[in-house]
Design a protein around this ligand. Structure first.
Ligand code: SKM
Length: 169
């Protein structure tokens, strides 16, 4: 990890990226950032608003800019939006500028963890499980493509997962 000074957490909605990222940053004395939160901060509105007003396309433009900017920092832990890796530019930024950790989880866990979450407009549908399964088909190979390591998050506490990541750095 000598030359790779950032840690980027990738993975689907409900993998625990934000919670685990906060623990990891605290344990390693690094700054913590979350791309969804940063988008909300810069926009002055929540993600649901961005999707409503600017559409998913507008959201993705904001996401690319935010991840481009944050990944240029040094010594941060960044929790990335679940769909961010669909952008080739973002995949390039992440693999070039840090150590990429793919947090893998089951669809059951994702469903349980993402219920009623307003930061996830893609899941405001009758059958979120179906959406998560469809997204996984396209996205899982992309997470795997840029991951330096893969860590499972289903049965472990956020602290335990953070420790497992530290062992792999
Ligand atoms: O970035 C947010 C947004 O709700 C879109 C998303 C996705 O495409 O999986 C995940 C969330 O982190």
């Amino acid at each position: 990890m000598a030359e790779k000074r950032n840690i980027f957490l990738i993975g689907p909605m409900g993998a625990g990226k934000s919670t685990i990222g906060r623990h990891l940053a605290q344990m390693l004395h690094l700054e913590f950032h979350d791309s969804d939160q940063e988008i909300e901060h810069r926009t002055g509105a929540d993600i649901a608003w961005v999707f409503d007003v600017e559409g998913e396309e507008g959201f993705r433009l904001r996401e690319t800019k935010v991840i481009s900017d944050l990944s240029e920092k040094q010594g941060i832990v960044l929790a990335t939006g679940g769909g961010s890796i669909e952008s080739k530019d973002i995949r390039n930024y992440l693999s070039a500028r840090g150590f990429v950790v793919y947090l893998e989880t089951t669809i059951d866990k994702q469903v349980a963890r993402t219920q009623r979450d307003k930061r996830r407009p893609l899941l405001q549908v009758d059958d979120p499980r179906e959406v998560l399964e469809t997204l996984a088909e396209t996205r899982n190979p992309l997470y795997e493509e840029i991951a330096d390591v893969v860590v499972k998050t289903d049965d472990q506490s956020a602290k335990v997962v953070a420790n497992q990541i530290i062992e792999k750095l």
